[in-house]
Design a protein around this ligand. Sequence first.
Ligand SMILES: NC(=O)c1ccc[n+]([C@@H]2O[C@H](COP(=O)([O-])OP(=O)(O)OC[C@H]3O[C@@H](n4cnc5c(N)ncnc54)[C@H](O)[C@@H]3O)[C@@H](O)[C@H]2O)c1
Ligand SMILES: O=C(O)C(=O)C[C@]1(C(=O)O)C=C[C@@H](O)C=C1
Length: 367
Amino acid sequence: MARIERAVVMGAGLVGTSIALALRENGTRVAISDPDPAALRLSCELGAGEPLGEDAPARPADIAVVAAPPSAVPAAVRSAQDRGLAHVYTDAASVKDGVVAAAERAGCDMATFVPGHPMAGGERSGPSAARADLFLGRSWALCPTGKADSGAVAAVREVIRLCGARPVPIDAAAHDRAVALVSHAPHVAAAAVAARLLEGDDTALSLAGQGVRDVTRIAAGDPRLWWEILSHNAGPVADVLEAVSADLSASAAALRGAAAEGAASTGPAPEAVGGLLERGVRGRGRVPGKHGGGRTPEYAVVPVLVPDEPDALGRLFRTAGESGVNIEDVRLDHSYGLPMGVAQLSVAPDAAERLASVLRERGYSVH
Ligand SMILES: NC(=O)c1ccc[n+]([C@@H]2O[C@H](COP(=O)([O-])OP(=O)(O)OC[C@H]3O[C@@H](n4cnc5c(N)ncnc54)[C@H](O)[C@@H]3O)[C@@H](O)[C@H]2O)c1
Ligand SMILES: O=C(O)C(=O)C[C@]1(C(=O)O)C=C[C@@H](O)C=C1
């Protein structure tokens, strides 16, 4: 098995910092770089590693991971190879075919460059959103070209393993068609739904529940990065969006017809709507759960009502701390216009009941 004792990570944003943190947890020494000094400083303070020096390294690292925006990847790989930063190079860009072609045009050594794409991320950018467990149980596309050395592929597989993810070998063009369907077109569809919300008045928005939050979460992603991704995968994404928009147009026409008829129908749904809802149920059922068995963190969520006032969260966290339960993650759901919200505390499943009963004893409303 390839050993990854020393790694270079180029790009200290969400993905780069998360990869660095995961490698560090496994004992790998990481040198990290970013043209943005603030991102680099925060990433290093979060424990991602040491800043990569300007000078040529005394000896190459086992691997360099380029976690920069897609259009920056080819030049970054080429300059890293020219500097002899590592024995093997990979990247994390969300698109592969155009990046591979540009890397070949840029004169990258394709024997040691093995492109990759972790299928985990989030709607927030930058190191502050990074997590060491971001990739646990997730798929990670591995797209070696025909020129790749087997040793280089093995090294990238080892990085994926250390991050707790599952390698999915796939050719670059097939990857791009697949992610158009499962990631890129869904992002545009989420943006289209979220953009409609600009038309709603405050009362309408006050009724927003979990459904619209689920459907629009990814729409909060960085538009500049997403335009880079979409423009590198324009044809396959357009194919999916045209099919989605045909379904939506047919549904709208059928609903327009039903509206013209007046009273709500008690009969069967018109095929354009009913059939779509049926296919939606079946399509949703095809989305696999996370993989990775025991290493996937499955937390129990303890929802607690918290008043909207200074130190309310501080008190809640102190009380949780006194109960000896570690809060693994937290999400705040604000109730629009109400002087309170719901803190969703993620904890280890066997600790949830203990935390809930301590909080109840202290007067909290736990749901
Ligand atoms: N955000 C996601 O959900 C997600 C998931 C998987 C993969 N990706 C891919 O990972 C890459 C990074 O995305 P992110 O979400 O971490 O973005 P990010 O904006 O959080 O971080 C990108 C970082 O790259 C830096 N950078 C720019 N040019 C660089 C260069 N030439 N060399 C080194 N660093 C450079 C930027 O300063 C920034 O700090 C992108 O290619 C993206 O397509 C993103
Ligand atoms: O936001 C998330 O949860 C994601 O995992 C983001 C997501 C995805 O669509 O799956 C977005 C783009 C990437 O290239 C990989 C992952």
